[in-house]
Design a binder for this molecule. Structure first.
Ligand code: ADP
Ligand code: MG
Length: 140
């Protein structure tokens, strides 16, 4: 299986509770490596551009407000089948529906404040990684 990279974001509900290390441990225990990482405060235009695909959804404004409500940790995860593996580790969007042992089930507060973002395809991953990181920032 191919070594892939995916974009992960530890969301404001998780930085607020100081559980970024606990979440990173989930990635590392599953064999994913954090090969780039930066703690930032997103601006409203940055959040809106990042989630542009959801611009027409009813939750878009609330989602953007949530994503700028505190710091986030943007990161690149690398490993075998990283995109799908990270989706599996994260669990379903709604923590109530996520498998026991997944990040969202164990840490998520609500369907919105669900602790982590992960790219949903290799193509999306390339775009999302480039949104936050240059190749020089990523050290595998
Ligand atoms: P995922 O993050 O699992 O890929 P989506 O891409 O569908 O899920 O949605 C992006 C983010 O928008 C979710 O992670 C969550 O924070 C928020 N969200 C999704 N659906 C809802 C909803 N019905 N109500 C509120 N927020 C939502
Ligand atoms: Mg998504």
């Amino acid at each position: 299986m191919a070594i892939e990279r995916t974009l992960s974001i530890i969301k404001p509900d998780a930085t607020r509770r100081n559980i970024t290390g606990k979440i990173n441990m989930r990635f590392e225990e599953a064999g994913l490596r954090v090969v780039a990482q930066r703690r930032i405060r997103l601006t409203r235009p940055q959040a809106e551009a990042f989630y542009a695909v959801h611009a027409e959804r009813s939750f878009f404004n609330d989602l953007c407000a949530f994503m700028i409500s505190g710091p986030v940790v943007v990161q690149v995860l690398e490993g075998e089948n990283a995109v799908q593996k990270n989706r599996d580790i994260m669990g379903a969007t709604n923590p109530a529906n996520a498998k026991p042992g997944s990040i969202r089930r164990d840490f998520g507060e609500s369907i919105e404040a669900n602790s982590v973002h992960g790219s949903d395809s290799a193509e999306t991953a390339a775009t999302e990684i480039a949104y936050f990181f240059g190749e020089i920032d990523i050290v595998g």
